[in-house]
Design a binder for this molecule. Structure first.
Ligand SMILES: [Zn+2]
Length: 361
């Protein structure tokens, strides 16, 4: 039931391209973004003041620790800044960026097209609703309605712009067990995948049980699990055994929080599990992420691994003292080599795997 004209092609905001032209790919980033749905009002008067300050050197460390408690930080609205930041990636050898910003996160197809032209990067745009709060208030859309919207975004384009999405995601799952609304989102994603031949990206819940529940649900809904990417593995599964168990389902494991080196916001990224909220687990740093990848490669899962930064706030950009989009290429790839990964293995993870997923089937 796939779309004949898309089979074998990747689809960027400027049209279809041969997958061989995609080069090095960042499979999970945000170029333009309004993440104010995650804004968390601080309880104290001082916190409320800082929440409304522009990001500056004076509050940079506070905001790094409380990234969702500063409104300026969770909005990437400046197209020119996006171009400058993304040029660093381009000049470091990058070629393609997947922009996961979909409905609820401020998706802006025309801006992405301009950024693509200005930077010369291939940019692939997401489709679907991020989390339940992204639905219009009072909406009673069912899975068929949502699937139809996703298919239209991929085949005709978004909001009359003619600019088409190149994947289904990121679909935001927040809780374990799944809510009814989340089940609707997942059934819609499975339907849209069957119709378009695109791949699905899941923003998984924080419980270590969440990715397993999502995969089982998608499988039953008829999705092609080998074309489902589970994002944020670094903050979700804290044992190699769990990661191997997930890989055995056939889905893709995405380490997409590279450059988060440990300055984690309390209560946001360190809760081990919704059902066990007092138990804490430390997020790995980049060196540990690479060790996890090497262990998974050793167990035969190299074709199921992706790496990215998921830059979703100003503190993550070079302009604000952050790592920027070239961090993986400039700092992590040399570390991968130093830790014993071959160039061939690095190419599989940074080029071949995302290329395979971005190619419609
Ligand atoms: Zn994301």
């Amino acid at each position: 039931m796939s779309i004949p004209s898309l089979i074998g092609e990747a689809q960027t905001v400027l049209g279809t391209v041969s997958p061989d032209a995609l080069g090095i790919i960042l499979p999970h980033e945000h170029c333009m973004l309004d993440m104010s749905i995650w804004f968390a009002e601080p309880p104290t008067v001082t916190g409320k003041r800082v929440a409304r300050e522009p990001l500056s050197l004076d509050n940079l460390w506070y905001v790094r620790y409380h990234p969702y408690s500063n409104i300026d930080n969770v909005q990437l609205l400046d197209e020119n800044m996006a171009i400058q930041e993304l040029m660093r990636y381009r000049l470091s050898g990058g070629c393609t960026v997947v922009d996961m910003t979909n409905v609820g996160l401020g998706r802006d197809p025309l801006a992405l097209a301009r950024i693509s032209r200005a930077t010369g990067l291939h940019i692939v745009m997401g489709a679907g609703y991020y989390v339940e709060e992204s639905l219009p208030p009072g909406s009673n859309m069912n899975e068929d309605d949502i699937a139809r919207e996703i298919v239209r975004d991929i085949t005709e384009g978004v909001d009359g712009t003619g600019i088409r999405a190149g994947l289904i995601g990121e679909i935001g799952i927040k809780v374990w067990p799944l809510s009814e609304g989340e089940k609707t989102f997942l059934r819609a994603a499975a339907l849209a995948q069957k119709e378009t031949g695109g791949f699905i990206n899941i923003h998984t819940g924080r419980s270590p049980n969440s990715p397993f529940e999502v995969i089982e649900f998608l499988d039953k809904a008829g999705a092609d699990v080998s074309r489902v990417v589970m994002s944020h593995i670094d903050r979700t599964l804290f044992s190699h055994e769990d990661r191997v168990r997930l890989a055995r389902t056939g889905c893709i494991l995405e380490y997409d929080l590279f450059a988060l080196e440990g300055w984690m916001p309390e209560n946001i990224r360190m809760v081990y599990s919704e059902d066990e909220p007092t138990r804490r687990a430390d997020l790995p740093n980049d060196a540990a992420r690479v060790d996890h990848l090497i262990a998974l490669i050793g167990d035969g899962f190299i074709n199921q691994l992706l790496v990215s930064h998921d830059h979703n706030s100003k503190t993550r950009l070079c302009r604000y003292g952050g790592p920027g989009y070239a961090h993986l290429l400039n700092n992590v790839v040399p570390m991968m080599r130093r830790k014993g990964m071959s160039q061939e293995q690095i190419d599989v993870i940074m080029m071949e795997n995302p290329k395979r997923l971005l190619t419609f089937v």
